[in-house]
Design a protein around this ligand. Structure first.
Ligand SMILES: Cc1cc2nc3c(=O)[nH]c(=O)nc-3n(C[C@H](O)[C@H](O)[C@H](O)COP(=O)(O)O)c2cc1C
Length: 197
């Protein structure tokens, strides 16, 4: 089976399952090899395990709780809070969390002028390529993974804890899968592809 069809988001991890340093190195090496706009490589990866992982996830929890109380949060953003709670629970279960920084960008909730936006989009796409490379390498190695965007709800708290002044593009959880997900549906090829000649 092709590796990209084998990959599934894993939301249950074995409590005694270990991801080895060698596996992690291979996964991060896959990220390093990803293509990037103008070869800017606008990324940095910070690996959290053990007590450091607990501390950063406590920060994430504080950020999410603060967001819940915020009166100024757009409704759509607020609707995502339940999913943020669930994601945090999964992150606590996973033995390894890799925080993915966009070193060329700042707070994702602040607006940027049009010219800058193009660069931002390209950098985000580059980071997406790096993350996908990690997920595919993890699948190949038998390591389960989950791509996480819900860190955005605690962007301030997490970046402060990390002592960085750039954008947190997201996170990836790694661990040994304790579930075999069915796989979520995909649109049919005819729906998403057009051939022109
Ligand atoms: C940019 C991005 C952000 C995501 N954020 C989350 C998240 O915060 N929590 C979560 O449980 N899943 C998250 N996912 C996983 C998606 O829900 C998942 O990829 C999608 O439902 C398809 O399922 P599959 O990965 O098993 O094929 C994210 C995926 C992407 C690409």
């Amino acid at each position: 089976m092709d590796i990209y069809t084998k990959r599934k988001s894993i939301r249950k991890y074995k409590t005694d399952g270990e991801v080895t340093k060698e596996q992690l190195t291979e996964i991060l090496e896959a990220a390093r090899c990803a293509p990037s706009a103008k070869n800017r490589q606008p990324w940095k990866f910070v690996v959290y395990t053990g007590n450091a992982k607990k501390e950063i996830l406590d920060c994430m929890e504080r950020g999410i709780e603060k967001q819940k109380k915020s009166l100024f949060m757009p409704k759509k953003f607020k609707n995502g809070m339940a999913s943020a709670d669930n994601t945090l629970r999964i992150m606590r279960e996973a033995p390894v969390i890799v925080m993915v920084l966009n070193t060329h960008s700042k707070d994702p909730l602040k607006s940027v002028f049009a010219g800058r936006r193009i660069t931002e989009i390209h950098d985000s796409l580059s980071i997406g390529a790096a993350i996908e490379n990690m997920l595919l390498k993890a699948t190949e190695l038998g390591v389960g993974s989950l791509w996480i965007g819900n860190t955005v709800y605690a962007h301030k708290e997490i970046t402060e804890y990390m002592q960085v002044n750039c954008q947190l593009a997201g996170a990836v959880a790694f661990g040994i899968a304790d579930e075999v997900p069915e796989g979520r549906p995909r649109k049919e090829l005819e729906e998403i592809v057009e051939f022109k000649s």
